[in-house]
Structure formats: structure tokens, C-alpha cells
Write a protein that binds this ligand. Structure first.
Ligand code: TXA
Ligand code: MG
Length: 326
């Protein structure tokens, strides 16, 4: 990597126009969504989409989410059945991604689906993300703006730390309010399948469209996993991650949750939410993992997080961060 740095673009009309033009030219632009920062490219441009995979070092079989401003734009690229329309009405714009049959006339690069005949679509609610989508006028493919397998970015600084000069522009938007990637729901079959838990909860989806199945990992040896992003090791800091820790050793960093006045141990400590608030914990998770990782600890010990509400998604990310590295 050289010491050339990506430019941080302000969110005024001139900045947004530049981001839109860069996307139209086929350049990569990182931008904020309510979940995490995305690494955006024009989803209709093969060369632009290919450059996302190159910048992330991402396995080619892992398909990308296509971002649109609203349901109408989504319907131009994917086939929405009744369930999909109902979910989009309820949760869009917001942190819910729907995997749907791809329209034959979608105009999307085949690379966004990585060989599948479905496409993942989402309309983000972040005002800056919305403005970037509108400025480009194109469907935008955007995975999290980090190197493949590493911790997702929730600030512009995280994007620069992870991608450096592999991206030329980062649109500023402060800290992402949700902090965990969107819920991914596969609607290509008769039974909806939850592929990735997120801030739109399973219970909320079921209240609207009835029972859904939860993806439990792919069979050993299966070479085209249904949700390839659900590879076991993911979101991994450099340090090892040890879960359900009630104390930490002197060479470990300690990631705590809830009141921790009487907690002992750990060479450094950060609290996800002293009040035990799961939304606050989710928003802090990736930033805290990054900060603790920079302390050079042997491992990061993590206190147990309740497995309810957003805790389900937090625990999903933590399990992957702790999984044996491939
Ligand atoms: O919150 C988010 O969703 C963020 C922001 C930037 O919008 N994006 C994000 O993208 O997390 P990414 O690429 O890191 O994760 C996309 C997930 C992966 O698990 C991928 O396998 C799955 O969506 N996915 C994408 N297309 C799919 C498809 N056609 N079928 C099944 N899974 C798909
Ligand atoms: Mg990711």
C-alpha cells in the first residue's frame, strides 16, 4: 500500500454530486448506511463490480447486496412477491435485505449475484446513503467497506484503516447508528429463510408473514453455500476472541456488557453498554473490537450477551469472530 489516502467527502450538495459522478464513472465510493459503511459500485457495470471483489480480497462466490432508494427501484431489478412487498412496506427504508429472483431485464452485472439467479436487495434508511443512491441514479452494489473476513466499519476512519488507498472516496456520515449489518431474508423458496440475523428481528418478520426457517450453516463439502457470507470465520480481529468470559487474564483485553464496577482482570477494558442496552451494544460492537485489537492483547475476552432482541445478531457476529480462522 502507498501512503496515498482516500478523500473524505463532505455531505453537502457538491460532495454528493461528486460521489454520484464517481459511481457513474465506475469508481468505488464508500458511503454510510444505518448499519455499516458500504463499499459502493455501480451494480450494472461489470468492471466496477469486479473492482469491489478486488479491493476487499473477497472470494468470488460471495454475492453482493444491491442498494436502491425504495421499493419502486427494487422492483426494477428483482421480482417481489406479496410477502416481499409487505416486508418492504413495513421495513424499508431500513436494515432488511431481501433475496429475491433477479429480473431477466434487471441490467445488473452477473457478478453481483456470483452465479446465482437471485439478487439481494435493500433500501438503506441513512439520509446520506439515500442521498448517494439518488445522486448516482443507479442500483449500487455495496458490501461492508472492509477487507474480506475482517471487522465491519462503522466510521469513515475504520474504512480508511481497513481499505487504505483501495478506495478513493469515503462519504462522511459519522458513526453508523445500528452498527451491525442488515438482516438477510431469503424469499426465493416457499419457506422464507433467515440467512443473517440483524436489527429487523425474526419475530417482527414472522408477525407479518408467518413462520420462517433459520439457516443453520451449510453441509460440509458444499461448495456453493446458500449464504456464502455465512462462512464460519468472519468479522475477525487480529487477536483471538474468547466468548462467555466472566473474568479476563492479564494478557487479554476485556469486552464487557452491563454494570462492570466489580469486574476484575484484563489489560484493557471497554464496555459495550454499561446500562445493559442491546441497541447501544450493537452500535459499539465493531468499534470496540477494533480498539481492543489495537492494544495488542493475546485475546479479547467477551462477557456473555443476552440472546434476545438484537443480542441474537450480536452473538452471531461474536461467534464468527471467535471461530477458528481458515
Ligand atoms: O448492512 C448491510 O447489509 C451492509 C451495508 C453496506 O448495506 N452490507 C453488507 O454486505 O453486509 P455484505 O456483502 O458484507 O453481506 C452480504 C450478505 C452476505 O452474507 C451474502 O452472502 C448475502 O448477503 N447475499 C448476497 N446476495 C445473496 C444471494 N443472492 N443469495 C444469498 N445470499 C446473498
Ligand atoms: Mg461483510
Amino acid at each position: 500500500m502507498t501512503d496515498k489516502h482516500p478523500e473524505i467527502i463532505p455531505t453537502n450538495p457538491a460532495g454528493l454530486a461528486r460521489a454520484g459522478e464517481a459511481l457513474s464513472r465506475g469508481d468505488l465510493v464508500a458511503f454510510p448506511t444505518e448499519t455499516v459503511y458500504g463499499l459502493g459500485a455501480d451494480a450494472t457495470n461489470d468492471r466496477a463490480v469486479a473492482s469491489i471483489y478486488a479491493a476487499k480480497g473477497r472470494p468470488q462466490f460471495n454475492p453482493l447486496i444491491v442498494h436502491v432508494p425504495d421499493l419502486e427501484a427494487g422492483e426494477a431489478i428483482a421480482v417481489f412477491d406479496e410477502r416481499a412487498v409487505e416486508l418492504a412496506h413495513q421495513f424499508w427504508p431500513g436494515p432488511l435485505t431481501l433475496v429475491l429472483p433477479r429480473r431477466p431485464d434487471s441490467g445488473l452485472s452477473l457478478l453481483v449475484s456470483a452465479g446465482l439467479d437471485s439478487v439481494a436487495v435493500r433500501a438503506p434508511s441513512h439520509p446520506v446513503g439515500q442521498a448517494v443512491l439518488k445522486a448516482s441514479g443507479k442500483p449500487i452494489a455495496a458490501p461492508s467497506a472492509n477487507r474480506s473476513g475482517a471487522v465491519s466499519p462503522t466510521t469513515p476512519q475504520h474504512v480508511i484503516e481497513s481499505l487504505g488507498d483501495r478506495v478513493s472516496m469515503v462519504v462522511a456520515g459519522g458513526k453508523c447508528p445500528v452498527g451491525l449489518e442488515s438482516t438477510v431474508l431469503d424469499l426465493t423458496g416457499a419457506t422464507p429463510v433467515l440467512l443473517r440475523p440483524g436489527a429487523v428481528l425474526r419475530e417482527e418478520i414472522e408477525r407479518l408473514i408467518g413462520p420462517i426457517a433459520v439457516f443453520e450453516g451449510h453441509a460440509a463439502g458444499e461448495d456453493a453455500p446458500k449464504s456464502p457470507g455465512q462462512l464460519e470465520s468472519h468479522y475477525a480481529p487480529n487477536a483471538a476472541v474468547r466468548l462467555n468470559a466472566t473474568s479476563a487474564a492479564d494478557d487479554e483485553a476485556f469486552l464487557t456488557f452491563g454494570p462492570d464496577r466489580f469486574i476484575r482482570g484484563g489489560k484493557t477494558r471497554l464496555n459495550l453498554s454499561p446500562q445493559g442496552d442491546l441497541d447501544e451494544a450493537a452500535a459499539n460492537l465493531f468499534a470496540h473490537l477494533r480498539s481492543l485489537d489495537q492494544e495488542g492483547a493475546r485475546a479479547i475476552a467477551v462477557m456473555p450477551i443476552p440472546d434476545e432482541g438484537l443480542g441474537v445478531a450480536i452473538n452471531d457476529r461474536l461467534r464468527r469472530a471467535a471461530a477458528p480462522r481458515g
